[in-house]
Design a protein around this ligand. Structure first.
Ligand SMILES: NC(=O)c1ccc[n+]([C@@H]2O[C@H](COP(=O)([O-])OP(=O)(O)OC[C@H]3O[C@@H](n4cnc5c(N)ncnc54)[C@H](OP(=O)(O)O)[C@@H]3O)[C@@H](O)[C@H]2O)c1
Length: 303
């Protein structure tokens, strides 16, 4: 297999960690970027985008492995998510297949794809999986479905954990929800194990930190209370209030350059009751076992 690994999303939170880890392990990484080009940070950047098929062909030329980690995690409507996540993923797979050298393709999906009906994002992640599989031809496809990912460089969960350690937990939606998390170092280790595996390991794999049954809101509060040796105040945010904030956030976002994270569509995802996650399939396929539980990450400031 060629040692060239082509990567999309290398400028992002998860893709950036994957790129660093692959470079550290001696892989020859070629990464897509909308802003950079040339040799930087130990890898070669191809300037382009998911919309630009010429740059995608350049990205994957001669690569034996393609890791597609670019994606939209924020958006104003279903169309915006679909354009990046579904159409973009299909273009990356078509380029990979047409390269004639790609043997393995890793598609970074999300646990959200388990419930396409929940949100624009989850629908787009599910549809992207189907498109990638449809366009794959003889390329072996692994689909990773990580749950909520946190760690250095993350901006979405970081505030929740920081406030938790200051003694405040904003509880969204039903009190009895089961949440799950995975540290970006563990997710990245799984990607490197998949790349390094002598056998291609096609399949769809969920990835979490291995906590059986996930975390309840109360469980999160109790972990933080143990660490800070002081109580944590739980503040429930009702669904009605959350939806009001989401509507205001969407309206405000038209004045800002960045698409919003919190929308009424996202609220359905955030307040869903079952985000438990099973590592059984990926542990069987790769022997991957996550090393970092949330308690340790919070204790050691690994977020
Ligand atoms: N974070 C999580 O908790 C989580 C959980 C499960 C799955 N995921 C999935 O993991 C992937 C990465 O997420 P992340 O949290 O790392 O997001 P992120 O930090 O927002 O990174 C997204 C990456 O995608 C790139 N990108 C977006 N649209 C693009 C386009 N049209 N053309 C080229 N590149 C484009 C971005 O490039 P720019 O730097 O140029 O914007 C960036 O490198 C996504 O597919 C997401 O669905 C994330």
């Amino acid at each position: 297999m060629s040692l060239v690994v082509a990567l999309t999303g290398g400028s992002g939170f998860i893709g950036g960690q994957i790129a660093r880890m692959l470079v550290a392990q001696g892989f020859n990484v070629r990464a897509l970027s909308r802003t950079q080009s040339g040799l930087k940070k130990g890898m070669f950047w191809v300037r382009g985008s998911l919309e630009d098929t010429r740059s995608l062909a350049e990205l994957v030329a001669g690569a034996g492995v393609v890791i597609h980690c670019a994606g939209a995690v924020r958006g104003r409507d279903a169309h915006g998510f679909r354009a990046v996540n579904v159409d973009g993923s299909r273009r990356v797979m078509e380029a990979a297949r047409q390269s004639g050298t790609c043997e393995r393709f890793l598609h970074m999906s999300s646990l959200a794809a388990r419930y396409p009906e929940l949100s624009w994002y989850s629908r787009s992640k599910f549809d992207a999986e189907q498109e990638v599989l449809r366009a794959a031809g003889t390329v072996s496809v692994a689909i990773f479905r990580p749950t909520a990912v946190y760690g250095p460089g993350d901006r979405e969960l970081q505030p929740l954990f920081s406030w938790l350690l200051r003694g405040l937990l904003l509880r969204l939606g039903a009190g009895e929800a089961h949440l799950s998390f995975v540290h970006v170092f563990d997710l990245t280790a799984a990607v490197v194990q998949w790349v390094s595996s002598p056998e291609a390991r096609p399949g769809t794999y969920e990835l979490g930190d291995g906590t059986l049954g996930g975390y309840s809101w109360k469980g999160l509060a109790s972990i933080a209370a143990d660490i800070r040796q002081a109580r944590v105040r739980e503040i429930p945010v009702s669904l009605t209030l959350l939806k009001c904030i989401a509507r205001a956030n969407l309206a405000l976002s038209y004045l800002l350059p960045r698409a919003p994270m919190l929308t009424t569509s996202k609220v359905n995802e955030l307040t869903h009751h079952d985000w438990t996650c099973s590592n059984t399939a990926i542990t069987a396929a790769l022997g991957w076992v996550p090393q970092i539980k949330l308690r340790r990450a919070l204790q050691d400031g690994l977020f």
